[in-house]
Write a protein that binds this ligand. Sequence first.
Ligand code: PAF
Length: 298
Amino acid sequence: MVREIMQVVETIEALREARAALTGRVGLVPTMGALHAGHLSLVEQARAECDAVMVSIFVNPTQFGPNEDLSRYPRDLAHDLSLLERAGVDVVFTPTPELMYPPDFQTWVEVAEVSKGLEGERRPGHFRGVATVVAKLFNLFQPHAAYFGQKDAQQVVVIKRMVLDLNFPLEIIVCPTQREADGLALSSRNVYLNADQRRAAAVLSRALLAAGAAYEGGERHPEKLRAAMLAVLQAEPLAQPEYVSAADARTLQELTLPGETPVLLSMAVRVGTTRLIDNMLLPPALNNRADLTAVLGR
Ligand code: PAF
């Protein structure tokens, strides 16, 4: 099959023109660049399920808090574009912050309840920034499906709620977290880790696996599952847990009693100055594309 050359567009007019030229089912993979195999797995899934694949690369300033890593967030557009071209992407949109947020910008999307706990509690305003930029991207790209990674599970729940509440006509597809050989979830922020920190960072996935093993062994009490994660994290001197959670995977409400609902185990942990997050659904068999897409959020 002869493929068209990948188109890189920087303006809204050029994006709308490129979108109008595409036929069939269109998939969107929104990213902040610094692409890794996790992003590429989203592109691959979109390629398998859609006639055309569009990607956005935009480090969205409104989802970073004042003391977060916006200025040092890794950026390598040339490398990202070469990866996307090889992955068979049709159109890439690379807007500037000024294009997405002109000086008189004043409209925000807030998804009230599911933005409150977990990451939302520790990163005030984060999900307002995410929901706003993703709503803009959905309006600009008009995709039939948009692909997100499991690693940002709360982001998925927030976006699914927004899609329902604001009647966006598209499907949200969730793809499983991609991991290094030692279990570390792929993240653009992993480049911040030095060698010792990188070794220590595998503790997040070990903590999730410990709680998963406890669950498989019959443990259903959410407090015991949280304790199993915490015990593993506390044994790693370089890791400082911010929170561990065992929540209802649909509502993100913290669980207090054993029950039959799917559970989202999640955590944020500081390793040095780097803040890492990870999560896993219970039962463990649910951590695949179809179940993640069906079970996370409503
Ligand atoms: O997951 C991300 O990379 C970002 O939060 C997203 C969805 C691209 C919005 O800026």
